[in-house]
Design a protein around this ligand. Sequence first.
Ligand SMILES: *Cc1c(COP(=O)(O)O)cnc(C)c1O
Length: 224
Amino acid sequence: MISENLKKIRSRMESAAHRVGRQFSDIRLVAVSKTYPPAVILDAWDAGQRVFGENRVQDALPKIQELPAEAEWHFIGHLQSNKIRKALSAFRLIHGVDNPELAHQINRIAGEMGLTAQVLLETNVSGEASKFGFSPEALRRSLETLLLLPHLHINGLMTMAPYSDDPESARPVFSALRILRDELAAKSGNALSELSMGMSGDFEVAIEEGATIVRIGSSIFGHR
Ligand SMILES: *Cc1c(COP(=O)(O)O)cnc(C)c1O
């Protein structure tokens, strides 16, 4: 069943990409495996899926142990400062860096560990009060300083659209993130090439609006 689901998702990703003249190979699928046990994640691995997303460090570590070492893990949750060290050793990309203090802490700990942290800055373009993330204004103010941190590589931006049954309602949020990225990239001279946006309910719209990474859980693994 998981391999069928993955096949359908990949084909829907490809169609969405082609609708706007993009290539499927330019978009990465993160299979969001939070709450699912290792056996289920292994089914996805066997179906060729290589990148997985988790939102709690403690839950992820035992799963990472059980999956093949070649699997790539992304952290997609709200990172607490006391989990940074563990997160940096287990995850290739941290999607949800949502405030300047956290970015500075990650930079410091990455320096102590002798590595460069790969991160995305979470941006709250919808202005929803319940969402984590930099407001566009805060990002305009902070980005220059954050780009100077020596042990932090800002790969791009991440956002979550407000929950809705209608994927079209997410389109303005995704296009706003892309427009903000284009503005910040031009101003800073840094490409900020990754746009992590789109989940089970809205990933096709996200791809049409420029997503380079989509994060999909329930459409692959079933409802939690
Ligand atoms: C859970 C989660 C997802 C996946 O959501 P689905 O609706 O199950 O596809 C994507 N991104 C983040 C940040 C999540 O927490």
